[in-house]
Ligand binder design. Structure first.
Ligand code: I3P
Length: 128
């Protein structure tokens, strides 16, 4: 059941702080630039916020500050990618448009929860 397609407000699935770097844009490789990001998963979108003041679970709602970037999870691919970084607990998210992000947390349980909930959303969209 997709909350987006019937006009209902999508639900907040998860929000929290992760280290993030974009490593490709439209298939073109980028130089890594790791930053702490407030990450919000709502409906089919993963949103990244820069401003620490936006770090609450309402930050994605209309009227609040805009995300730095937003990723459509439809058709996206997720994989563990510890070989792509000297950091531990790294996974890579690739969008259909060829944008690639690495996400990381030093806390094992935190990164596992994010991996699993993002994969769940991707799987749900694949079945639609
Ligand atoms: C990069 C920076 C990154 C590092 C990256 C370096 O150097 O140290 O943190 O990625 O390694 O190139 P610079 O600041 O000069 O751009 P990790 O922390 O993920 O290892 P890489 O080139 O092996 O990806």
């Amino acid at each position: 059941n997709s909350p987006d397609s019937n006009g209902m407000t999508p639900e907040l699935e998860k929000a929290g702080l992760l280290n993030k770097t974009k490593i490709a844009e439209g298939g073109r490789k980028l130089r890594k630039n790791w930053n702490l990001s407030w990450v919000v998963l709502v409906g089919n979108s993963l949103m990244f916020f820069k401003d620490p003041k936006t770090q609450n679970s309402d930050s994605w709602k209309p009227g609040n500050s805009c995300p730095e970037s937003s990723v459509d999870l439809r058709g996206a691919q997720l994989q563990w990618a510890n070989e792509l970084s000297s950091k531990k607990n790294v996974f890579k998210l690739r969008t259909v448009t060829g944008n690639e992000f690495l996400l990381q947390s030093d806390t094992d349980s935190v990164i596992r929860e994010w991996y699993s909930i993002i994969q769940k959303v991707i799987d749900r969209l694949d079945k639609e």
